[in-house]
Design a protein around this ligand. Structure first.
Ligand code: AMP
Length: 187
């Protein structure tokens, strides 16, 4: 099964994506995690991405797209994967379409975690206290929500028109939300 997981920052995508990847027996591909690993390792990609991440902006499409193209070509993503945090722009949607086309693959579904924006700011500020993520300051948290609304929320409509959108209430315990995801996944 090949899935995307979408939803605003703080909706719990990462947590759900990790366990969902196990349940579908596929690769968990988080572009945010890949960027953070590169920043930590002081790679050239990390240096390029860091200033955007620190400001709560998106890393440029050409950088992100090239990274995902490489990652999806790896063996562990051949039969099943969940993409977490990608695509986030319409340009990335087109690139993903091309990559999957070249690989002879197609998406089976797009899981959207639906969470009230008010709840999210609170969750993110709480996470900021413990995570030490430099992109978790209040200004950056708000900026990331704005960028999501402007650039990424419109993608939900695109996938809905393709009949791929699987909406799930994202409020609840990790297990409750996971159970709701399992109910809506294609057979
Ligand atoms: P995340 O952990 O998914 O919230 O990602 C953290 C940060 O990495 C984002 O705020 C962006 O700066 C960057 N990032 C992750 N995924 C993408 C993407 N698909 N396109 C552009 N930037 C991204």
């Amino acid at each position: 099964m090949r899935l995307l997981i979408m939803g605003p920052p703080g909706a719990g995508k990462g947590t759900q994506a990790v366990s969902l990847a196990e349940r579908i027996g596929g690769a968990h591909i988080s572009t945010g995690d890949i960027f953070r690993a590169n920043v930590k390792d002081h790679t050239e990609l990390g240096r390029e991405a860091q200033r955007y991440m620190d400001a709560g902006d998106y890393v440029p499409d050409e950088v992100t797209n090239a990274m995902v193209r490489d990652r999806l070509a790896r063996d562990d993503a051949r039969d099943a994967f969940i993409l977490d945090g990608y695509p986030r722009t319409l340009d990335q949607v087109s690139t993903l379409d091309s990559i999957l086309g070249e690989l002879g693959q197609q998406l089976d579904g797009v899981v959207e975690l639906v969470v009230d924006p008010e709840e999210l700011i609170g969750r993110l500020l709480k996470r900021a206290e413990t995570s030490g993520r430099v992109d978790d300051t209040e200004d950056v948290v708000r900026k990331r929500q704005e960028v999501y609304t402007a650039e990424t929320a419109p993608l939900l409509e695109v996938y809905d028109q393709r009949d791929l959108l699987l909406q799930v209430n994202g409020i609840g315990t990790v297990d409750e939300v996971a159970a709701r995801i399992d109910v809506v996944l294609p057979a």
